[in-house]
Design a protein around this ligand. Sequence first.
Ligand code: SAH
Length: 249
Amino acid sequence: MRRFVVDHILPDQGVVLIEGAEARHIAKALRMEPGDEIVVMDSEGMRYHGLIQSIGTSRVAVEVKGPIATPDTPPLDMVLCQAVLKAKAMDLVIQKVTELGASRIVPFLSRRTVIRLDEKRGENKLRRWKEIARNATAQCDRAIPPQIDGVTDFRQLLSATSREDGLKVILWEQERSRDLKDVLRQAGPQEKIVGMVGPEGGFSREEVVQAMEVGFVPISLGRRILRAETAAMVLVTLCLYEWGDLGLD
Ligand code: SAH
């Protein structure tokens, strides 16, 4: 059965609406009809059987039936702090790390961030990223979308993360003594990992030093320089492979 995410579902509310692009998708691409059954899920992870009542081009009404079981969330709380990348690359990161199982994405601006954002553009981007994460969540059948924070700057990011627990790593292509494998093996089983990935232009040395001062360990992913989006996907994959649920048991 197809899954759709809606903002909020109250079990006794009777009918929920799917609006905007998702509604158009149901009407035009999927050509669904009243009476078709779907699964509706909300951002807190609750799922219900739904029965389509009516279909318009921008609004689909769904009758909410009984609740259904939700898949588990990964045992590893994987937080990706990602410097804001150019639109396509950032969209890709959001979609892929959602599928892979990141729990939270923290977009930030750093010294060499290429993209410039004022408040309004930042809000528009955030809305778009949440939409991408939401669609990826329904597509890949994960329990709830990752939390996506509002865009912050590097200094604020460091002061916020300095208060967080968990293993903290900053990906730095100039690191020559420590790699991810060493750090993961040495640290042992983790419940939470906070990983930071730079912008297209990379981190400055001072930024890496500042991150180290609040507990981030600089690590290498090898001698080849990966694009930031590749580095983010590799980091999230390897951490969830080691201590998360990229596997069966
Ligand atoms: N400034 C560099 C490339 C930056 S790559 C240049 O233009 O030469 C973008 C980001 O990906 C980096 O900030 C880093 O976080 C991550 N990254 C890419 N390759 C990496 C590697 N081999 N090891 C660790 N991090 C890497």
